[in-house]
Write a protein that binds this ligand. Sequence first.
Ligand code: AMP
Ligand code: MG
Length: 410
Amino acid sequence: MSHRYHPGMINLDEARKILLDAVSPRPVAEVPLWGARGRVLAIDVAADRDFPPTDRSAMDGYALRAADAAEAGTVLKPGGEVRAGQAVGETRVEPGHAVRIFTGAIVPPGADTVVMVEHTEETEAGVRFVHAVEPERNIRYRGEDRPAGAPVLAAGTPVGAAQIAALASVGCTTVPVHQAPRVAVLSTGDEIVDPAETPADHQVRNSNAAALVAQLQEMGLDGHYLGVAPDEPQGLGEALREGLSHDVLLITGGVSVGKYDLVGQALEQAGTEVLFHKVAMKPGKPVLAGRCGPCLVMGLPGNPVSTFTGFVTLVQPALRKMLGHADPFVGEIEAALDAPLRARGPRVTFHLAQLRQTAEGWHAAPVTNASSGDVLSLSGANGYVITPVGSAGAEAGERLPGLLWSPPGS
Ligand code: AMP
Ligand code: MG
């Protein structure tokens, strides 16, 4: 069998480059405004009209000519009212008059200022202005937020609630975004049972698939869980065929070098071109990436901390590129260590940590985990601190690169 991939171990930067070169932003699809959250805009969006479209009152109060009440205590005649939702129609502000106006209402012709109601008094003779009135107050002028045609959102912008508000305001109700990839999640291992089962001593509940689906959800993606494939070529091959019909297939377990680690071989038999297999990182070394036609395949080692780390460090950047994000990498910070950290060996090491932001910057409390199989320790962390290749560790107070799992705005 011919191998076009790197037969040996490569470093994480190389692996990321290979992976990112192998994927591109997904084609453009139009999604309804209500379902656009989490996608990335594929086009520039402009204001469809002036914002605001006319001069509007920013207050409840009176619209008038400032010159008519230049002295404190002036009384003007009532001149009718305009409220939000009302076309201005016949209403004008005549000299010597004040028109009652409500927030959001069109400022009627003739007026050059609005006085808030709190600064007025109703009297027998009319409306009394407590203070000297100044022109051009409490009016939101036509086009002052954005004139018609001005850019509002640029292609590549992630759509969150704030962007949804802008899209709704400019009438963009079908939103051109990069199509979400269809992602399948397949677990492998004869010992793996559904979390709802009571496992025998030789069995392990499947935490990886549920965690991966949740990690996908945090990116706004649905994961299609395909169940658990056996450590046996035929059953594994069948499950892979189904998985490979997706845009992305995430596999857990079976990618190491053991006798029952059959995923690499089965993938090649199914026509997958392996891009790399083994990355000099800890945890997660045996990770595999491949392409089978249009499908990107990632084989993540089954130890729960390894699977999780493989997703954060490799899968997530690839998915972000596919989703159209300008930067595939998010959550990169620098944090001062609360406690010393030991590292050894020639691999970049991702240490579980509780990262917190303070006035002096980020701090990291390392979370001790017994091994990469220590799934329960994961839940005490919200990210990593990272020691580089060859590091022997770091002292308390030292600053290290960190990686947040769910950075704000991602
Ligand atoms: P593997 O990568 O298949 O050699 O698995 C490594 C370790 O991770 C083994 O101890 C497995 O029992 C465990 N493991 C594999 N898959 C899962 C999973 N889906 N959920 C929880 N643990 C797993
Ligand atoms: Mg296994």
